[in-house]
Design a binder for this molecule. Structure first.
Ligand code: C2O
Ligand code: CU
Length: 530
């Protein structure tokens, strides 16, 4: 890092929020010159794949009758394999982008919206300049060039708008799409492919009587997060999938602003996951239900081979508790008579329509994952904190709101290091819980999906302290902690320890709450890798 003022690295990271606010007020300006917009291709970067992506207003059919005004990504393949871009018909979702590990990708992003925007490649391990940091937001008519090599392993990622304080509204209006990556390791496995490998993007929306999107009004709603009353799968309500008696891979992406799903079959059949956020697991994991917070992904192995033609199954979100502030606090899980957080509802119907005799068999082993442990980190006794707090009307991380040009000392990370990071609630988190800060902070504690940009991480431990154990039991069997992750659900009272490598790329990489309303309220910070 040039111009570095040599602040001594201070040990104020003892996870006490008091400590941090007292000692940690040493913000430093980053240099505006870090933001040099790349609007031209780099000649030395020989792209295998070139894509033009345009964002603009559009009208698409979502519900029957009048079309809905949305914001949408359109993509055009300029160079590369034909299946790089797959459209979802009549949809506000952008086309699915299919990459292969090792490909060099160049994207020309052209913003034709009437407001600024930028695309973030969620889950992709790419340089700062191609990560869609909000400092790169471009105006109407401008072009931003992304150039990166696909370093990710096979898995499911997504792209979405990441505009400063407008992520929630732009994603809500439609600016998102799926990214898949494949690699040799995955191709060696007999997994469902082609028409048996399908997207399952979960979003909730609210429509007015003229089929137009309704969003939140007012601060209270933003603090709670947007919860729509209509569940959409791949951009459509009342989703129905016609399936054959064989195995499928469904790439489930929670693309909702705030809604947390508790996925389960209506008949109690357990669910089998083969992948989480962006990577396949070492081995399939089977659970009675699976929790999926905003931005989390799960690749499901749905096997209909023991079903009969005519069978119907319903994928549901089951009831759970504890994600929203208690009654004494800010309010309940409801957003004005709609579907509350933790309510029971149906997501999609699967109709078994055709009998076939062949199906891939669930592999016992999937891919190799090198497990990271405390021995791999260089800050075992001094983890980087991500402290969650909810001041009235201000959800924060590490006691601070987002500032594009600020990084604290503890947010500076050496390139190539592997760090232990502790994610926890500043007030202990439980309603009426323990310790200091009894009152507003605790009453308002709620679940937060915490996302870290850049390279993916592993979950070392989760623990739940204080009250709320009963509520916690309604979600805790639904976590999958064994794979590579980039987003984790943190319930009130919960504390996670994760291990994250910061390799390959220097620069600013965000970490934030992926409850998009919280993100836009400033519940976001950034690491500076140097
Ligand atoms: Cu999907 Cu910074 O977010
Ligand atoms: Cu949050």
């Amino acid at each position: 890092m040039t111009n570095k003022i040599n602040y001594k690295r201070r040990n104020f990271l003892q996870h006490s929020a008091i400590g941090m606010t007292a000692a940690g007020l040493f913000p430093k300006l980053l240099f505006a010159k870090n933001r040099s917009l790349k609007s031209e291709p780099t000649a030395s970067f020989k792209a295998d794949v070139e894509i033009e992506i345009i964002s603009r207003d559009a009208y698409v059919p979502i519900k029957s009758g009048r079309k809905t005004k949305v914001q949408k990504y359109y993509a055009k393949l300029l160079k590369g394999p034909k299946d790089t871009i797959v459209e979802l018909e009549d949809n506000y979702l952008g086309p699915t982008l299919n990459y292969k590990q090792g490909q060099k990708v160049r994207i020309y992003y052209k913003n034709k919206l009437t407001e600024v925007s930028v695309i973030h490649m969620h889950g992709m391990h790419v340089p700062q300049s191609s990560d869609g940091h909000p400092m790169y937001a471009i105006n109407t008519g401008e072009t931003l060039v992304y150039e990166f090599e696909v370093l990710n392993r096979a898995g499911t990622n997504f792209y979405h708008s990441h505009s400063h304080e407008m992520t929630a509204t732009q994603v809500y209006k439609g600016l998102a799409g799926l990214i898949t990556v494949t690699d040799k390791e995955e191709q060696a496995l007999d997994l469902p492919r082609g028409e048996y490998d399908l997207p399952f993007v979960l979003q909730d929306r609210t429509f007015d009587g003229r089929n137009q999107l309704q969003y939140l009004h007012g601060m209270h709603g933003k603090m709670m997060g947007f919860l729509g009353d209509t569940i959409l799968v791949n951009g459509k309500p009342d989703a129905v999938f016609s399936v054959k008696t064989r195995a499928y891979r469904f790439r489930v992406v929670n693309g909702s602003n705030s809604r947390i799903y508790k996925l389960a079959w209506n008949d109690g059949t357990p669910l089998t996951a083969i992948g989480t956020d962006g990577n396949l697991l070492e081995q399939p994991e089977t659970r009675p239900y699976l929790m999926l917070a905003p931005a989390e992904r799960i690749d499901l192995w749905l096997d209909f081979s023991h079903r009969s033609v005519g069978d119907e199954l319903v994928m549901k979100s089951l009831e759970y508790e504890g994600a929203m502030p208690s009654r004494g606090g800010m309010g309940m899980g409801m957003s004005g008579g709609g579907l509350g957080q933790g309510d029971d509802f149906s997501i999609a119907t699967f109709k078994v329509m055709e009998k076939v005799s062949k199906s891939p068999v669930l592999p016992k082993k999937l891919v190799k994952i090198d497990r990271l442990t405390e021995r791999d980190v260089d800050n075992k006794n001094n983890p980087i904190p991500i402290a969650i707090s909810m001041k009235p009307m201000r959800p924060q991380l590490n006691g601070r709101s987002y500032a594009m040009d600020r990084v604290e000392d503890f947010e500076e990370v050496e390139l190539g290091s592997i760090k232990k990071i502790k994610i926890f609630h500043e007030h202990g988190g439980m309603k009426g819980g323990m310790g200091r800060g009894r009152g507003m902070g605790m009453m308002m504690s709620m679940a937060h999906p915490i996302h870290l940009h850049g390279q993916q991480f592993q979950v070392l431990s989760r623990k739940m302290e204080g009250r709320g154990q009963e509520e916690y039991k309604t979600v805790s069997e639904g976590y999958i902690n064994s794979g590579w992750k980039d987003t984790v659900l943190v319930m009130p009272g919960e504390e996670l320890v994760i291990v994250k490598p910061f390799q390959d790329f220097k620069g600013l990489f965000l970490y934030h709450c992926h409850n998009l309303e919280h993100e836009d309220l400033g519940m976001m910070r950034q690491f500076y890798v140097s």
